[in-house]
Each structure stands twice: as structure tokens, then as C-alpha cells.
Design a protein around this ligand. Sequence first.
Ligand code: PEP
Ligand code: MG
Length: 324
Amino acid sequence: LSEVLEHEQDLPSRTPDGHDMALMVNTGLTVDAVASLKNRISGVGLYRTEVPFMITERFPGEQEQTRLYRDQLESFAPLPVVMRTLDIGGDKDLPYFPIEEANPFLGWRGIRVTLDHPEVLMVQLRAMLRASQGLDNLQVLLPMVTNVDEVDDALRLLDRAIIELGEEGVVARRPKVGVMIEVPATLYQLEALAQRADFFSVGTNDLTQYLLAVDRNNPRVAELYDTCHPAVLSAMARLADESRALDRPISVCGELAGDPAGALLLMGMGFDALSMNAPSLPRVRAAIRRVPHSAARELVTQTLALESPKAVRHHLATRFGEWQ
Ligand code: PEP
Ligand code: MG
């Protein structure tokens, strides 16, 4: 990374025409390295709780989870930390909880697993609530939501966890709860979801996989897997517009947010925050600091008129080249 970019990292992620874009990080295991970025970010947009679960020999107990979550929350307080409930299944198996299915990405994944095992979700929610005592920066995110009932069921469990803890003398406030937008069905139920959720976070990795019917990990169809497919971008633009109309903040935590040209598009569409892996931050920040918000909006209009992923890629590369 050039010295110029490094120097910029302490400057705000503000466009030349004065638009501030909230940049957040995705975390999993290494809290220490990322915590040093605290002054350069707006918080943790996605803490993948399954990551620490992958290196243990059994489900970590409530105390152990409380320690893990406390570490995250404390490291970034007072900034918000969005903790996603366990998102196993698909390509993420726990050695001590094998799931064998013919179509794992269409199977028992994310909230489908944890609602079938409320004892697992309850321990996790209790640990999150315990960990946030006195900090108040916890937000909870539900992965792989397909139906509003799943949100209702998860909220009921959350309320039960709060009551249980209260009976044990631990006073916990209900954190903000968000829904991941990554199953295409949710695009058509945003209003119903907004009645239940405080915010949305788009998982462009899975949303792309499911909109295009292309396995995100299959090298044979890797060329077809393109987050810049016009259908994906059109869905994204619509999501940003609808969330604004519904008065719900919406962020992006999939890989598209960490791609500089992608980040400009998402900013132009009106997303409230972009959450990415820490190594992507410098280039995304640099792009935002160089490109006026008005130009990003123009980029969105131009790009949404294109009909093929190839044309989109070409256009983004050309425009982005001009700005560098
Ligand atoms: C996504 O699907 O875009 C996402 C952020 O979640 P994950 O990559 O963990 O499935
Ligand atoms: Mg996902």
C-alpha cells in the first residue's frame, strides 16, 4: 500500500463534495489487529460469530461466549458492533456438528439451524446480552432470513433471554435487531420485515449466489458468479430506495462493499454504511475521498442502464481509471 494511502487513513471517509460515508469492518477471530482501526471506522458491521465456533471442539458454553463477545464489544465501544447469530450450514460446517445434505446452500443454514435448535440460539443471545452489560453497543443480526415468522421467532427468543437474565438479576436492554438481506424472497417483503427489524444488512455474497443461481464456491461456474450482474445491481438500488422510504438504515456487508468501484456504486445508491474486511478499507476510503458523491450518483445511473455483467465491469473499470 502506498504511503499516500496510508497517510489518508486517519482522514475522514468524506467525498470532495462533503458526503460522509460510514465505513465499518467485518470481524471474526482477530479482534486485536482490527481494534487498532477504531479511530478510522464507524464500528463493526458484521461480526461472524461462527468463526470462533469453528476452532473449538464443541459448542462454546455461555461463559466462554460471553468472554468472546465482551472482547469484541469492549474493543470497539462506544462504536456499534453488529453480531450475527450463528450462520453455519452452507459451506460453513462445525467439526462437532456435521450437516450432510445434497444441496447445502439451499438447505439447513443460518437461522434455519438455530431456530430448530433454540437451546443453541438462547445460549448465544444470553451471552451477547451479558457481554453488553454497561456498554450498550450491541446490535444483533439474523442471517439467512426467508420468512417473517423466522424474525418473529428469533425476537421471541431474544425477549425470553432478556426475561431469564432479569430473573437472574442481570438487567439487559433489548438491542437493535437487524435482518440480513441475502435470500431473494426478502427483496419482496421489505415492508413486512421493516415492521420487525430495526435495520437491514445486505449480504451481497449470498444474494448474488441466490439471484443468479450460481454456487459461490464452484470454480466451474465462477465466471457466472458476478456481483456486478445488472440484476444484482438493480436489486441493490431498489433495496436502498425502499429502505429509505421505510425509514430503516441499510448497510452492505458482502464483498461488494470492499471493492472500491463497488463501494462507489453503493454510496451513489444511498446505502448508509459499508462493512468490509479490514485490508479493503484503505482503497475504499481513498476512492471515496477522490470521487464526488454527485459523480457516484451519475455512475449509478449510467451503470443501471447497462445490460450485461461484462458491460458493467468495463464501464466501472473505465470510469474508475479516470478517477485514480
Ligand atoms: C454475505 O452473504 O454477503 C455475507 C456477508 O455473509 P457470509 O459471506 O458470511 O455468508
Ligand atoms: Mg451470507
